[in-house]
Each structure stands twice: as C-alpha cells, then as structure tokens.
Design a protein around this ligand. Structure first.
Ligand code: PFF
Length: 492
C-alpha cells in the first residue's frame, strides 16, 4: 500500500491545528478554577514545572511518533514495537468516546447562542439550565425523552465536523485559520469587558493571590500534571495523527515549545476574563468571591449567564460572544478527536478518507443521542470522569515506557534532534524515563484506588460499572482485538 500521503500546506497550519486541538473548553472552565483552588499564583510553579517535565517532552514524543510512522497512533506504536499497537487503538477509542459527549456540550452552546439573543434564562439561570434546557431526570437509571433543541445542536455540530474533515487535512489547515483566532478575539473582548466592571480587581486577586503553603501538598502537583495532560490533548491519538501529515524535515522541538506555550498562555489569560466576571458577580450580589466560584458546565451555563444578565449594557451581545467563543473553542478540539480515529482507520484498512469520516460522524451522532436525553447529563459526567482519569494517563504512561525504556530515550532524542532547530539535551531523557512515568504511575494508582473505594459523584455503583469500569474494560478489549487484526508487520 504505497499511497502518497497528504502534507500540511504550511507550518502555521500544523501549529494552529495542534493549538486548536489543545485550546478547548478546559482552558476556560477548568484551568482558572484549578489554579484558584490549588494555590492561586503559586500554582503556576507546579504548572510550569509540569509543562516542562511532562507537557513539552510528551508533545515531542507524539509529534515524532506520528511523523516517523507516517500513520496514526496504532501505527506509531507498532512502528516501535508491533505488540504495542493496542495502546494506539486505545488512544483512538478514548478520543472517540470523548468526542461523542464533547459534541453534546457544543450542542448546548449552539442553543445558548440563540437563548442569549433574548436572555432567555431570565432571573434563574440555574433553573433554566437544569429544568428547561437539560430537563434532567433524577438519575442515570432514567433516560427520559430526547431534548429536541439539544438534538438539533448535536446534528449541527456533527454536520460541521463532517464538512470540515470531508476534504482531509488540507481543509483542516484552512479552517483553523478561523477557528483558532476567533475564540481568542472573543476572549479578548470578554476580558476587556470583565476587567472594566466594578469588583473585577477583587476577582483577579482571588484568582492569583499566591498561597505558597499549598506547594507542600502533593495533590497540587498531581493537579498540575493532570491539567497539563488534558489541556495539551496528550494521550488521545490526536497529535500523533496530525503529526503523521508533517513533511519529513519538519521541526519537532520548536513546534512543541510553541504549542505548549500558546496553550498555557491562553489558559492563564482566560483566568482574567473568568475571574474578573466572577468578581463583578460577587460585587453585585454582595457576597465574597469564593461564594460564586464555579467550574465546568455550571460556570459556563449557569454562572456566566447570570453575570451576562447583570451587565449594564449590550448584555445579549456579550452573551453571544461568550457562547460563540465556547463553540469555536470546542469545534477544533472535536474534529481533531474524530481525525485522531479516522487517520489510523484509513491507514489500517485502506478505505477512503471520506468514507471513514462519514461513518464516524454517523456513529458518533448515533451514540451522542444518549447524551441529549434527559438522563444524558449523568452519563456524560460519569464517562468523562473515567476516560480522563484512566484513559489519557494510561496512554501517556505507555508512551513513556515504549519510548523511554523499550526504544531507548537517547536514540529517540537523536531522531527528534535530527530535524529540530533547537537541540534538546539529556534533561529530556530524564523526564521521559523517570519524572513523567513516575508521576503518571502514581496518579493512575491513586485514581484506581479512589475509584474502587468510592463510586464517583454519588451515582449508584451499577452506573459507575457500566459507564466507567465497563467502558474502560470494553475499550481495552476492543483495542487488543484491533491491534491483532490490523498488524502491518507482514507488509514490512
Ligand atoms: N484540550 C482540550 C481542553 O483543554 O479543553 C480537551 C481535549 C480536546 C482533549 C481535544 C483532547 C482532544 F483531542
């Protein structure tokens, strides 16, 4: 099978695509909160330590793995050791599981762009989100009916993904020229608006006031590593697939530094927009800032709409800007996750790219219907918890072991340096062989024990078994099966 492989049309397209996959909802609704909870300004120390010892070294690993194998994650693992291709398939499956629920969050964003125009949540954003938009059932055991407006948003999202990926990596390179700068512009508008509101300074002080005593708590360091991994979209097959379209002489180290810095810079900046707005809300309601701090969907779909309603002028405009930002932040992460699975499927089966994309979009939409039911939110919460706690960490750990110990860190570093402008030194070997795997191993064992001892989120144990452990075990078994079925060894 020697089909000529497409390449990125320019280095900028590749970097923007990698940055687009990294910068997602998590930069806005996860980082600022984690930073505030784990020592404020002092958290930047473990955060940047994690960026240099884990984030950037693993970006280099994923970029070079994809480039040298000229294939997706399974082919990249297989090129190092054929028996490891299952780890690549597991990464693809995790990516696909993630995108099925990620798209339902984007569906809410489509709907909220519409609702913002008339501030449809009125005085009760929480009631509107929980009882009207999601119309949540009491628990995961009851699915209830489908929420039609969310289904429409879901269909729009999958249609957008289909159209963007249809023509292959060339069109991705063009789309990211819009979907990466647009949310940055929205964030700048929101930050300027936020910082000029009364109470904003108190919010920012809360965000960044350093509490150095927190640095003695190992959980703060683990939070930094977890956030770096999730935020840079590591361990999800996405960056390996993107890197497989790099030309042979592409620079690896520079591209990794740029992706890491742009993503983390964006997160840090997002904190100003979020906390200035929270400071304003606290000022308006007359409570301390810590009483209004939220993260995740609660921040985006309850707290932020509440803040928007209280703005002195142009409230609908700022509402539309906020939800447009969420949508454009999410879309490039979403199509990256689909491409992460499509690239290796196409490479392994020889089926045409377009056909693979159509099928993945249909299957993704079909699975996504679960999440747009009234009970869907509970399942989203459970599945997200398990995939992010176990999936990504396992795959990133496998990368460290395969590259650092089985292939040999020094040999791998030489490959990186061969085409890189900035040559990396022995520090990289230490990160990949010792620091990162030790910390990831610790995180994995810690989460395993915690997951076994207490079922997540107060959901019944059976729901944790079905949506959590059952899903993880099924994904591992399917990965092993795919690894055996599509081993390319015989072609070498
Ligand atoms: N990095 C994204 C965020 O921080 O929101 C989440 C994500 C997107 C992870 C795409 C993985 C991915 F492939």
């Amino acid at each position: 099978m020697s089909i000529t492989r497409e390449n990125w049309t320019s280095r900028t397209s590749f970097i923007l695509a990698a940055v687009g996959s990294a910068i997602g909802l998590g930069n806005v609704w996860r980082f600022p909160y984690i930073c505030y909870e784990n020592g404020g300004g002092a958290f930047l120390i473990p955060y940047f330590f994690a960026l240099f010892t884990c984030g950037i070294p693993l970006l280099m690993v994923e970029f070079i793995m994809g480039k040298r194998a000229r294939g997706g994650a399974p082919q990249a693992f297989e090129a190092i050791r054929p028996f490891m291709s299952w780890a690549g398939w597991l990464a693809c499956l995790c990516a696909f599981i993630i995108v099925t629920y990620y798209c339902s969050i984007m569906a809410w964003s489509w709907d909220y762009i519409w609702y913002s125009m008339k501030l449809a949540w009125g005085n009760d954003a929480a009631g509107f989100f929980n009882q009207q938009v999601l119309n949540k059932t009491a628990g995961p055991g009851m699915l209830g009916g489908i929420q039609m407006p969310i289904l429409i948003g879901l269909i729009l999202t999958w249609l957008a993904i289909l159209l963007i990926l249809w023509k292959g990596i060339g069109s991705v390179g063009k789309v990211v020229l819009v979907t990466v700068p647009l949310p940055v512009m929205c964030l700048v508008i929101l930050a300027i608006r936020g910082l000029t509101l009364p109470g904003a300074v108190d919010g920012v002080i809360y965000y960044l006031q350093p509490d150095f005593s927190k640095l003695q708590d190992p959980r703060v360091w683990l939070a930094a590593y977890g956030q770096i991994l999730f935020s840079l979209s590591l361990g999800q097959a996405v960056l390996i697939a993107y890197a497989s379209y790099l030309p042979k002489d592409a620079d690896i180290s520079n591209n990794s530094f740029m992706t890491g810095f742009i993503n983390c810079g964006f997160s840090f900046f997002a904190g100003f927009a979020v906390f200035s707005a929270l400071g304003f809300l606290a000022y308006q309601v007359g409570v301390p800032v810590q009483d209004v701090v939220k993260s995740g969907p609660d921040l985006a779909f309850i707290t932020y709409p509440t803040i928007i309603s209280k703005l002195p002028f142009w409230a609908p405009f700022f509402g539309v800007v906020f939800f447009l930002m969420l949508l454009t932040l999410g879309i490039d992460s979403a199509f990256a996750l689909v491409e992460g699975f499509a690239t290796p499927l196409k490479d392994a089966t020889g089926i045409k790219h377009t056909k693979v994309i159509i099928w993945l979009c249909i299957i993704g939409l079909a699975i996504g219907i679960l999440y747009v039911t009234r009970g869907g939110f509970h399942w989203l919460d459970i599945v997200d918890k398990y995939v992010s706690d176990f999936g990504l960490v396992t795959i990133a750990l496998a990368e460290c072991i395969v590259v650092g110990w089985i292939f040999g860190a020094r040999k791998f570093r030489k490959e990186i340096n061969d085409t890189s402008e900035v040559k990396i030194g022995g520090w990289w070997d230490i990160c990949i062989m010792f620091i990162t795997p030790l910390i990831l191993g610790y995180i994995l064992i810690h989460s395993l024990i915690k997951g076994i001892v207490e079922p997540y989120g107060g959901y019944p144990a059976w729901a944790n078994w079905v949506g959590g452990w059952g899903m993880i075990v099924a994904a591992i078994l399917v990965s092993i099966f795919l690894g055996m079925k599509f081993n390319r060894k015989e072609n070498k």
